[in-house]
Design a protein around this ligand. Structure first.
Ligand code: ATP
Length: 573
């Protein structure tokens, strides 16, 4: 079943593509006359700009509709330095740092937890408007609307070579980053942010890093473009340029280097030739092309071509990231570290959750010892999922405290809680659907809290890399979700109706696997479950939740014979 891993194939293909592109670029000055070569030079600079935007939009899903502000910082940096005789060796790093710092400030403000994705769109739009206006108004620095001239002699030789060298250097740095932890996390967050967060990855941090990198590359493109265009004027940082780069990327295709450069080259060269023929109607043509691409080819031209070619599974989503499990998984200790110190795994005190006027959790006190298997039962709407969400950090409580392993985590984010060893399974399996099962496991293992040897029932996914996870049956997706959470090595696992939708045989097998996980790996399990056969098979202790309160706690027989439970839960027990 297992051939070479998709990520390894992607890597080989990328290296071959890179080598081919370098040869083609090296040959260009010998086969092209000066005008096409200068157009190619401009296309490379714009392609670099589009690639910069792709790092935010295509790779991290962070939309920026004002990226020309960063491009403008680069272009004006070179223009002002040239005007004032400041050495470029000093001006360029300062310019890139400035763009990075600006992006960091925008990212910190716009990617705060709980803010909507449109916040970044609004902030970046404001930034490009301010940048363009600043370039118009700061006459002593920018020469206003007249702009600044940059020495552009020798464009055909010098600037083409400069553009190619910068381009190759950026690509090499990018490939190195993509092969490492950053590339893997970027992929994980893009494909399934909540799952990644529950594997301890901080999505906000990853997105801010991508945005800063993206702005720095855009500024570098501005540095490269300044001598090519010769005149740096306010439009270079403005809203039209910001829109143009969005068009480059939409036309070429997001999520791969080729798309950015192809889009930039097609639009730039088209503008040059078509613009000469039809004048400003060219903008109308661009607008129509943009709408058509967004409507009929959301993956751009590269996406259109690759969707027609049958590509090995997992490659599209992996986008060159190397997803491999660590080579030397250590054995999981039978009892997790720190288990003997006597602190409960979970300690919830006076927990309250209200949604508006509706009280869903009304003062829950619950202590779960390490190594326990606790089944949480109760009628529909009792607040079981809400309680798991509160413990996992997916919801903030209205009142009360939550302690994990003795630590007060009430105000902690899900990824901070995950790092204490808290694993989470959802009612609908939360996996990486665009990746293969083997890649899913490898992603989890690479983030491992404790490296684990998986039970055979779960280890069967390790070699499944010839199909996408989205093609697995529901039972297998549930098993894979459990496998990936367990491969990550949690100490405490919250499971929300893990047997829902499974056949009786699959449910019994699941209960046996959970028992084995508890026995062999020492994991504490908290299981919300409606299937009373599974509850009987699983639970050391059953906790009954009704109307947002703990009604009682005990073994299954005690709970089943309790009158209040029967009243709250008629017929189910
Ligand atoms: N984000 C939310 N906003 C508003 N109300 C919510 C929200 N989440 C849950 N609720 C409400 O809280 C109540 C408890 O929901 P919850 O999903 O926790 O119950 P449950 O015990 O898990 O039920 P079930 O067994 O049906 O899954 C329900 O009335 C639900 O509509």
């Amino acid at each position: 079943m297992s051939r070479s891993r998709p990520s390894a194939r992607v890597e080989r293909r990328h290296l071959a593509g890179l080598a081919l592109a370098v040869v083609a670029l090296a040959a260009a000055p010998f086969v092209l006359t000066s005008y096409p070569l200068s157009l190619l030079t401009l296309s490379l600079a714009y392609g670099l700009f589009a690639f910069g935007l792709d790092l935010a939009w295509g790779r991290a899903g962070v939309i920026s509709i004002g990226h020309a502000a960063f491009f403008g910082v680069g272009a004006y940096g070179v223009a002002i330095a040239t005007e004032r005789g400041i050495p470029l060796a000093l001006a360029i790093p300062v310019t890139l740092l400035l763009a990075g710092a600006l992006a960091l400030a925008i990212g910190l403000a716009g990617l705060r937890r709980g803010t909507s994705p449109s916040t970044m769109a609004v902030l970046t739009l404001a930034l490009t408007l301010v940048a363009e206006q600043a370039a118009r108004s700061l006459l002593s620095l920018t020469n206003g609307t007249n702009g600044l001239f940059v020495e552009s002699g020798g464009i055909v030789g010098t600037y083409y070579r400069t553009a190619v060298v910068v381009l190759v250097a950026v690509t090499v740095v990018w490939v190195v980053l993509l092969r490492g932890r950053f590339g893997r996390r970027l992929l994980a967050v893009r494909v399934n942010e909540p799952r990644s967060e529950h594997l301890g990855v901080d999505p906000r941090r990853v997105k801010i890093q991508a945005f800063v990198l993206s702005a720095t590359v855009a500024a570098l493109a501005g540095v490269v473009v300044a001598p090519i265009i010769g005149l740096v004027s306010p439009g270079v940082a403005g809203v039209v340029m910001s829109t143009q780069v969005l068009v480059f990327l939409a036309v070429g295709g997001r999520g791969n280097i080729l798309g950015a450069f192809l889009g930039a080259a097609l639009v730039t060269i088209g503008q040059e030739y078509l613009g000469a023929a039809i004048g400003s109607w060219y903008l109308f043509v661009i607008g129509v092309v943009f709408v058509l691409v967004v409507r009929f080819a959301p993956g751009g031209l590269v996406g259109l071509v690759t969707s027609r070619l049958r590509r090995p599974v997992g490659e599209e989503a992996a986008q060159g990231a190397v997803i491999e499990a660590p080579a030397h998984p250590a054995e999981q200790p039978a009892v997790p570290a720190g288990a003997a110190d006597g602190r409960p795994a979970i300690d919830v005190r006076g927990l309250v959750k209200r949604f508006g006027a509706m009280s869903v959790i009304r003062g829950v006190d619950l202590t779960i010892e390490r190594g326990e298997v606790v089944c949480l039962i109760g009628p529909n709407g009792a607040g079981k999922t809400t309680l798991l969400n509160l413990i996992a950090g997916d919801l903030a409580p209205t009142g009360g405290e939550i302690h994990l392993n003795g630590q007060d985590v009430t105000s902690w984010t899900p990824h901070h809680r995950a790092r204490l060893g808290l694993g989470r399974l959802f009612q609908t399996p939360s996996v990486y659907p665009e990746l293969t099962p083997a890649q899913n496991l490898a992603l989890a293992q690479a983030e491992a809290h404790h490296p684990v040897t998986l039970p055979a029932e779960l280890a069967r996914f390790t070699d499944v890399d010839d199909m996408l996870t989205s093609d697995l049956s529901l039972a297998d997706q549930r098993a894979l979700e459990l496998a990936l959470v367990m491969a990550w090595g949690p100490e405490i696992v919250l499971l929300d109706e893990p047997a829902a939708g499974l056949s009786h045989e699959d449910s019994v097998r699941l209960a046996e696997t959970l028992r084995a996980i508890n026995r062999d790996l020492g994991c504490t399990l908290v299981v919300v479950e409606h299937d009373m056969d599974i509850v009987r098979q699983l639970g050391d202790r059953v906790v009954v939740l009704a109307d947002g309160r703990v009604l009682m706690s005990g073994d299954m027989d005690e709970v089943a014979s309790h009158d209040e439970v029967r009243a709250a839960y008629i017929g189910a027990v």
